[in-house]
Design a protein around this ligand. Sequence first.
Ligand code: PLP
Ligand code: COI
Length: 361
Amino acid sequence: MADFHIEKTSTPTPADQREALLKDPKFGRVFTDHMVVIRYVEGQGWHDAKVVPRGPLSIDPASTVLHYGQEIFEGLKAYRGKNGDITLFRPGANAARFAASARRLAMAELPEDLFMGAIENLLKVDRDWVPQGSDQSLYLRPFMISNEVFLGVKRANEYLFVLLASPVGAYFSSGCVSVWVSDEYTRAAIGGTGEAKCGGNYASSLVPQQEAAEKGCDQVLFLDARERRYVDEMGGMNVMFVHKDGSVVTPPLSGAILRGITRDSLLKLGRKMGLTMREEPIAIDDVFAGAASGEIVEAFACGTAAVVSPIGSFHRASGDEARFGDGKTAGPVALRLREALSNVQRGEAEDSFHWVHHVTV
Ligand code: PLP
Ligand code: COI
């Protein structure tokens, strides 16, 4: 593992305060005491890897990320098993996607050993922040920004990698999510940056997400940018539908949607459980017609933050509603898949795909 300089905070959160924060951390508001920072300069490569007390970054106002948005991130979780062990779920897949995002945004690629080293070294100092509650985990947020001081538009020659850790509970507060179908806005086009996990994709999702909230919905669903006809994905998660014959279908990786690691894991786990898991284009009109006729009986969102979140209903500007059951109760297939995935992630089921990474620090 690469050498990380470790500088511990002189003012760690007292244990009783940390325990109080871990009781109900919700999502993304509580942070651990430390963070990792690694620098990159063209010609010198990645250097100066360190764990430091969490705090503000100091960057020049002409730093390129503030103007042209060269920023990418990842999201993965550390889990605490019943025996106290800490595990990660498919971290190599996150490292690979982070590198792919870097390539798409013309940024420097962080080697996998540094990505893993950052996580292991942060967990070494902040391991007490990994919660044990049933829906809880330590959400890890690696990100990278360009920070060359220059106003010309070009690939930057300096980058900053940072890793934050945030104890979290469930992403959605309600058991069943309601979803607004955005007919007006799209998230990404083929050839664009939809497959990259870059901040810009999320910036452009905020107006439609706000529209969803105004309509009383929790999330927004995007359609394909060419025809506005096929389901792509949600603002921060992939989507799957369950047919009355029990088969599960999700949109194929078109180049415009994020290659979700949860999506991929559910496809594999579902097949192992004997379910028919299909990757096929899904017309939004068929979702509304299928919900009405009983052809489609469940829908759910999937992602690291969302895990498997059942969708109660879809709504769109025409006033139509696609409701599954009473719109409030999770369907059995979503529940089965969620349990199977969580059991592997938490080390409570056989890891037949070798997805679980044991943290030994
Ligand atoms: N789609 C988007 C837009 C996301 O932000 C996420 C979350 O990371 C996902 C899908 C699901 O990806 P994963 O399962 O790798 O977390
Ligand atoms: C994740 O699931 O890791 C994401 O990045 C999605 C976001 C809603 C937090």
